[in-house]
Design a protein around this ligand. Structure first.
Ligand code: ACO
Length: 219
């Protein structure tokens, strides 16, 4: 079984370790980002430039400069502060304790909306083994469980077939096309809006659905 971890009253479900879940690739878990992740973050982001750039927000800064390990402490501090005030959950995706990507739940809104977006990336050396799908399932159950959210959204470019497949495996619904939604790789790009609410997985969990579908195992 996996554990939900603990959390504060101001930010339920954070900080927390989520998982593990077993795949043939190894044991998948989510854990909060750490200050000492700088070297791995920089190495993976620079190595994956070609696969990440088509889907990530445009930036004027050179990719390698932007992802120099020296920039991690500032990024980490910003994310940690946002996490502390309950606006974001920045997780590292681990396989057998190794940093292979990140999953973020962001723009968390409370009150009557109780909604957020979910985003993720996985090192090219580890793709195609169900890792993002397992990580998103863990993230969804954590968001709908301890964090107390009701709705998750994901925006994906129509051409991003792998990411669409991940969302469809979990049961995200296609809600529509957001035209010229985000400035990505130098142009305003349309994005498909996918969403999931608690009612859609009410009597089960995203992880249990994956296990039932034979895509993962409990440890
Ligand atoms: N056409 C159709 N399906 C595809 C294609 C393709 N070209 N490429 C991969 N797939 C399928 C795979 O077959 C797999 O489905 P299957 O399990 O039924 O075979 C699925 O896409 C991928 O599932 P996972 O293995 O769980 O995902 P993976 O660990 O490979 O990670 C991810 C997918 C995160 C999209 C990775 O490729 C990546 O990091 N890409 C670059 C960054 C990115 O696009 N991030 C998502 C942005 S959108 C968002 O965050 C909401």
């Amino acid at each position: 079984m996996f554990s939900w971890g603990s959390g504060s009253r101001a930010h339920p479900g954070w900080p927390a370790r989520v998982g593990p879940l077993q795949l043939s690739a190894g044991e998948i878990a989510l854990r909060p980002i750490k200050l000492r992740d700088g070297a791995e973050w920089s190495d993976l982001r620079i190595r994956n430039e070609r696969t990440l750039v088509p889907w990530e927000p445009t930036s004027d800064a050179d990719w390698a400069v932007r992802h120099h390990r020296g920039n991690w402490p500032t990024l980490y501090s910003v994310l940690k502060a946002e996490a502390k005030r309950g606006a974001v959950l920045p997780f590292v995706i681990e396989v057998d304790g190794r940093y292979v990507g990140q999953l973020t739940i962001g723009s968390i809104q409370r009150g009557a909306v109780r909604s957020a977006w979910i985003g993720y990336w996985v090192d090219d050396a580890w793709t195609g083994r169900g890792i993002a799908t397992a990580a998103v399932a863990l993230g969804v159950d954590h968001a709908f469980g301890p964090v107390g959210l009701h709705r998750l959204e994901a925006t994906v470019q129509p051409a991003n077939a792998a990411s669409r497949a991940v969302l469809e495996h979990i049961g995200f619904r296609h809600e529509g096309l957001l035209q010229r939604y985000m400035d990505v790789d130098g142009r305003w790009r349309d994005h498909d809006l996918f969403a999931l609410t608690t009612e859609e997985i009410m009597h089960t969990t995203a992880v249990e659905n994956l296990v039932r579908a034979g895509r993962a195992r409990f440890r």
